[in-house]
Design a protein around this ligand. Structure first.
Ligand SMILES: [Zn+2]
Ligand SMILES: [Zn+2]
Ligand SMILES: [Zn+2]
Length: 140
């Protein structure tokens, strides 16, 4: 999976530098949203060191290529789990256990575009996050 992301990176003309690989590996392996500080701590525990500027720049790049996303409500970063699925990638986040589920829905986008157009607005992208309970927490 890290290999897939690296291929996408290279296809866009970016080098698979060591910091990029390291940040990828952390996001991929942990699977939950992480702050740049979390990423630095995890790397440190593995005997690697990256400074904050490098981590921020790397995350910016990964986000701009849709390989990762910033979770708006927490400011943390998570690896994209939808790979090349087109459209706006959105999240449902459990407020109890922190489970995060990414989804994309063209019909939802269309409805939002229509809604905006009625207000005279031309939409290019939608950001949204759902907050609530995952099915496991809900059934407890
Ligand atoms: Zn995504
Ligand atoms: Zn939950
Ligand atoms: Zn959309």
């Amino acid at each position: 999976m890290v290999q897939d992301s690296i291929r996408i990176l290279q296809a866009q003309g970016y080098k698979a530098t060591k910091p990029r690989k390291l940040v990828f590996e952390v996001l991929e392996g942990i699977g939950r949203p992480l702050s740049p500080y979390d990423i630095q701590d995890i790397l440190r525990a593995r005997g690697k060191h990256l400074n904050h500027v490098t981590i921020y720049r790397t995350l910016d790049l990964l986000c701009s290529l849709n390989l990762a996303h910033k979770v708006l409500s927490s400011g943390r970063f998570v690896k994209c789990s939808l790979a090349a699925i087109e459209g706006c990638h959105r999240f449902m986040i459990c407020q109890q256990c922190g489970a995060i589920r990414e989804f994309a829905d063209k019909q939802l986008c269309q409805e939002e575009n229509d809604f905006a157009r009625n207000l005279g607005f031309h939409t290019e992208h939608h950001f949204s996050e759902f907050s609530g309970l995952c099915s496991q927490c809900y059934s407890k």
